[in-house]
Design a protein around this ligand. Structure first.
Ligand code: SF4
Length: 313
């Protein structure tokens, strides 16, 4: 009988739109973040702060990665992401350095960019092969409405930090722009964001809209794909529209615990689960059915897709 090891800080590997297979490393307890974005899929930020500290023991994270790696597992990227803003953890640079020193995996940092005005954050972030930062606002007011930041976090500071990082960072910088109907998707608003995003001279700009149910307390609908395609040309380089791609461990081969852990962090479309793992859709449905019947998972329609998520008490 196959025994799956439990991991506390690692999750996946999950199929990532841009990174292929991505082993996630979660350095934040749920839910510590510098922002409380209206579109957040993890849930409402319960500890909204700019404080940087060792939120979870770095030594335990490194030991867990070593155990995972020693078991012969593979991934394309080891990615700092998860339940909050990874740069809030004072050991995030050490984790990046450790992965690079002990494995051949590439590293990625998915950040909201809010702390890049700090020199020590920029220095440690530069250890990653790929850094993705967010830029979905164009001024202080739009920043507050969309990201609902911690006290003291101002939009000019975030923008300046991201600009300084671009000037210092030789790796791949990706900028994610999240468009939300009624918040920042009007033509003049998108043009204002594009002007700022273009000034970052990113290697790629990813135009996104909500693709999973927001769990931060607001129902945020999706911007129509046709609009995304239209405004993509306003960005330089031209913005990329999300396409779900990547290989994944088949849900048919995962234990209940592993499935629940994966879906707790990444609500996934049924079709995407099947397509990304090469499994038959009907077989995936049969695999999930007992967990749905037991009330542990919920399947809900979200913009025409059947999303599977963990039922939280
Ligand atoms: S979307 Fe990211 S930055 Fe925004 S609240 Fe959620 S974890 Fe924090």
């Amino acid at each position: 009988m196959k025994v799956e090891e439990k991991y506390r800080y690692l999750f996946g590997p999950v199929p990532s739109r841009r990174l292929g297979l991505s082993l996630g490393v979660d350095l934040n307890p749920v839910k510590v973040c510098t922002e409380n974005c209206v579109f957040c899929q993890i849930g409402r930020t319960t500890e909204l702060t700019m404080a940087r500290q060792e939120w979870v023991p770095t030594v335990e994270v490194l030991a867990e990665f070593d155990r995972w790696h020693a078991a012969g597992r593979r991934t394309d990227y080891v990615t700092l992401s998860g339940s909050g803003e990874p740069t809030m953890h004072t050991g995030f640079g050490e984790v990046l350095r450790h992965v690079k020193a002990t494995s051949s995996f590439r590293t990625a940092l998915l950040s909201n960019g809010s702390l890049f005005w700090m020199p020590e954050v920029r220095r440690d972030a530069a250890e990653a092969d790929v850094v993705k930062v967010t830029l979905s606002a164009w001024d202080e007011d739009s920043f507050r409405r969309i990201h609902r930041p911690a006290e003291g976090l101002m939009f000019p500071r975030l923008l300046e930090g991201e600009r300084m990082f671009r000037n210092e960072f030789a790796g791949l910088l990706w900028v994610e722009v999240m468009l939300l109907p009624g918040f920042n998707d009007a033509p003049a608003q998108v043009k204002a964001i594009a002007a700022l995003a273009n000034s970052l001279q990113a290697n790629a700009i990813h135009l996104n809209t909500t693709t999973r149910p927001a769990r931060a307390g607001l129902k945020v609908p999706r911007v129509p794909e046709a609009w995304l395609r239209t405004v993509a040309t306003w960005f330089s380089p031209e913005a990329e529209i999300p396409v779900f791609a990547g290989r994944s461990v088949s849900p048919l081969d995962m234990s209940d615990a592993a499935l629940l852990e994966l879906l707790a962090r990444h609500p996934l479309a049924l079709d995407a689960m099947a397509a990304s793992s090469g499994a038959d859709l009907a077989a995936v449905e049969r695999r999930l059915a007992p967990l749905v019947a037991a009330g542990q998972l919920a399947v809900e329609e979200h913009h025409g897709e059947r999303m599977v998520r963990v039922n939280r008490p």
